[in-house]
Design a protein around this ligand. Sequence first.
Ligand code: DOR
Ligand code: ZN
Length: 347
Amino acid sequence: MKRIEIRKPDDWHLHLRDGEMLKGVLPHSAAHFARAIIMPNLVPPVVRASDAVAYRERIMAALPKGLAFEPLMTLYLTETTDPDDVAAAFHHGIATAVKLYPAGATTNSASGVRDIAKVTAMLERMAEIGMPLCVHGEVTDASIDIFDREAVFIDRVLDPLRRKIPALKIIMEHVTTSQGVDYVRSADTLLGATITTHHLIINRNAILAGGIRPHYYCLPVAKRESHRLALREAATSGDRRFFLGTDSAPHVDPLKECACGCAGVFSATNTMACLAHVFEEDNALDRLEAFASLNGPAFYGLAPNEARMTLVRRDEAVDYPEKIETGAGPVTLFNPMFPIHWEVETA
Ligand code: DOR
Ligand code: ZN
């Protein structure tokens, strides 16, 4: 048996949803993570400061007694977002960041941005006040192959945006390509990236080879193996620009297992155990803390957590459920396709 102790991690990209789903999934994240950046793609989206206040209250009301968890709220950027409202939300600690979804890029992104020029004033204001922008980095142009959409986004949208507003702090959410990794590495302190657990583990074969497996379908879609290896290298390198954002994104099974299934992998329950496996495999267990607990807060300008987490490697494989039950219905848990020997030790 092996054990490691790290500072308690944070999840810098998390979907908690609302209502019964929120109640069902929140305990899984709150059990392991001290804080999380909460994605705002509800229906309707979390656009105004008042929406974030109300959503935060619903999250806190759904939190089981005895669990400490701090939701860091984000606001969903629309072309009509009010810069004063966003700035006030940031100043009062109501919102930590703004999320840019290109309209049509992913789940509930219809109210997102079609024309980036329409949000330039908003983004300039954010640069002025030091408020970070979380970016879903994929173009939505139907003529661009889905596997190329991240790389093309960097060239067409992200790089021009960074040149136009160099003082804007940007997080490329869930990078999935070597181009994404290289681009982040080419930049200075104002560009960071989250990496999900599942993109460190699966490539596109998991979705498509030997049968179609909808529970591995997410956006950005997993790419070929060389990209997964580039992500592994970035995550396990200790480089302060890369940090954990699980993008745990629950959908009930009937919405995944159908003719046009939703994008999203739910991984909150076993994410830390899977990561310990990945870092151990790459002889980088000593850098798991940087990736999961230190680099994220440093990028956001927050202190790391004082609380600690112990991960234990059992001789026998640990049983994780195939799915969790929520009041909204069953949600399948990410299956990494290897036996998991690690688990988070509970006090
Ligand atoms: O796979 C994904 N699921 N990617 C996203 O960008 C959104 C998320 C969701 O909300 O389900
Ligand atoms: Zn997401």
